[in-house]
Design a protein around this ligand. Structure first.
Ligand code: ZN
Length: 551
């Protein structure tokens, strides 16, 4: 019953996941007519076939699958497309990407940036980058450069315009003066503790009572730097009894001691996010804001500011926050680990910064695919490396060229070996006509220590070459036959090129790759068979250096 179908799914399952599992195969069979009452009967059959498939080498699984793949019925998946935006007019949509240049981007930023650029493209509109550089003590040109490099050269987003909050300081000051004139803002000189207590108790401070003329004079003095840093702030007259504490006379301007990387010491007073964000969105004519719901609490304040200043409003589309799992994403923690020498930098393979993912060989297509998978959900989404790795694998597996690499190599002398000097191996099973020529020294190969330990004393097949019997110890093996038998298959190298691979835990694995890797260019993403996908990072005299992507 359904034998061929079971085999087809088992093979595909094994190829995709490394090992086929009966639980994953059973549900597929219903579309081939399996009835619920027959599950008991069919399970042993599934189990038997999966075991057989799992015993095959990866290579054989691929070959056999080619004859079975027509059996597979793809569930017609409802195409998951991102929803339409409210009130989006073709050609008029303007979205923005607003990073603070104070950190390196990680996988969560990538998804949110791509979302904004996706919608701009979808409606043939524009997407601009706005650098939120209003914290002079944290922001720097290095971060601007790094972020632009990620956005343009990795995510391949083409911004229509790049601007900085620090470009519009004069406009922010004008808007602040309008608020003061209209009696909606006041200069406050209370210390932090007092401010906190009054806010907590819901009581207005006396600074609020001064007339607008005094307020304006104090504001001008504030701009000139007449008050010591931290002694004065500009606050909005909100509502000190509002249940949302954000609305309790929030601070909208503060003074900063540090020089700004662009404007130096020209401005001593800087706007807060809640103020500059709605003002800037209005100035720039942003139509749609796509952002995570972490700003939920602040929306009423943005609305109040928009209302008081008669700003243009935007459609706000909020989605769940992206939590990046299993990795340090906190800037400070990472900085400490880099300082101590534990991490090599912001691109350390243990991080999920875009810099690290790029060096490991995660393609930008994988992010786009991930975005499609997630969609615009309201709940928080946990992202981890494995999610992006499994998507990346589907993208690169059909195209990545394959080579052999043996880690911790062991040299073998093979008795009675054929005098073969050269063989041809397909560069990829999907592309059997493109061959790489592999030179062989008769009777001399390197295999990995791990393979030796696993199969010592047994007969194994050197992939695409011939079969040998491994000794139980020592280095003297023996040729047995050339026929492709159902025995374990291992990779080997005869004409070696030194290579090493940086693993996800930060350690290096050294070994030998076949000399054909010399045809590769830096940035190539390839597969070392039975080892994993890697990206060529650097070519040095000593060795070809790769970064491990995933299995
Ligand atoms: Zn006060």
């Amino acid at each position: 019953m359904l034998e061929k179908e079971i085999k087809a799914y088992a093979l595909r399952n094994a190829i995709e996941y490394g090992k086929a599992s009966p639980d994953r195969i059973l549900p597929k069979l219903f579309q081939h007519g399996l009835q619920k009452e027959n599950i008991k009967e069919i399970m042993p059959e599934i189990k038997k076939i999966t075991d057989e498939v799992n015993a095959l080498s990866k290579e054989d699984q691929q070959t056999i699958f080619a004859n079975y793949k027509d059996m597979i019925k793809e569930r017609v998946e409802k195409e998951k497309t991102l929803p339409e935006l409210p009130n989006a007019i073709q050609g008029k949509v303007l979205t923005r990407i607003a990073p603070e240049p104070s950190k390196y981007l990680h996988i969560g930023h990538a998804i949110s940036f791509l979302l904004n650029s996706f919608y701009a493209e979808k409606y043939k509109g524009k997407c601009l980058i706005r650098f939120d550089d209003a914290n002079p003590e944290k922001v720097s040109q290095d971060y601007v450069d790094s972020i632009l490099d990620d956005i343009k050269n990795y995510l391949a987003i083409k911004p229509n315009k790049i601007k900085f909050i620090s470009d519009d300081m004069k406009i922010f000051y004008q808007y602040a003066e309008k608020l003061i004139k209209d009696n909606h803002a006041f200069m406050c000189f209370c210390d932090r503790e007092k401010m906190q207590k009054l806010r907590h108790d819901g009581i207005e401070c006396s600074c609020r009572q001064k007339d607008t003329k005094t307020q304006m004079k104090e504001w001008k003095d504030f701009l000139k730097g007449k008050y010591k840093v931290g002694k004065a702030v500009l606050r909005i007259k909100g509502n000190m009894q509002d249940s949302n504490h954000v609305m309790r006379d929030p601070v909208i301007f503060r003074s900063v001691k540090e020089a700004h990387f662009r404007t130096k010491t020209k401005y001593k007073v800087w706007p807060m996010y809640d103020f500059y964000s709605p003002v800037e969105d209005s100035i720039m004519g942003v139509t749609h804001i796509l952002r995570s719901n972490e700003f939920d609490q602040r929306v009423p304040l943005h609305n109040l500011i928009s209302h008081l200043l008669k700003l243009k409003q935007q459609e706000i589309i909020q989605y769940g926050r992206f939590n990046v799992m299993d990795a340090t994403t906190k800037g400070r923690e990472i900085r400490d680990l880099i300082k101590s020498g534990e991490f090599i930098g912001w691109d350390d393979p243990r991080l999920v910064t875009l810099k690290a993912l790029k060096r490991r060989g995660i393609t930008k297509e994988a992010f786009l695919e991930l975005l499609n998978h997630i969609g615009l959900v309201k709940h928080d989404v946990n992202l981890d490396f494995n999610m992006i790795a499994s998507i990346n694998r589907k993208i690169i597996d059909p195209i990545a060229k394959r080579y052999y690499f043996v880690d911790n190599p062991l040299e073998l002398d093979i008795k009675n070996a054929p005098s073969t000097l050269q063989i041809e191996i397909p560069i990829h099973p999907n592309n059997p006509k493109v061959l790489r020529e592999v030179r062989v020294t008769p009777g001399k190969v390197y295999i990995s220590k791990k393979d030796f330990n696993e199969f010592k004393g047994k007969e194994v097949r050197l992939l695409h070459l011939y079969n040998i019997k491994l000794p139980s110890k020592g280095s003297k093996a023996e040729f047995t036959s050339i026929e492709n038998k159902d025995i374990p298959k291992i990779t080997w190298v005869s004409f070696p090129q030194k290579a090493k691979v940086l693993m996800p835990d930060g350690s290096w694995v050294e070994g030998l790759a076949d000399e054909n890797i010399r045809e590769l260019k830096v940035d190539s993403i390839i597969q070392f068979e039975r080892f994993g996908f890697v990206r060529l990072d650097k070519i040095s005299k000593q060795a070809y250096e790769f970064w491990f992507a995933h299995r």
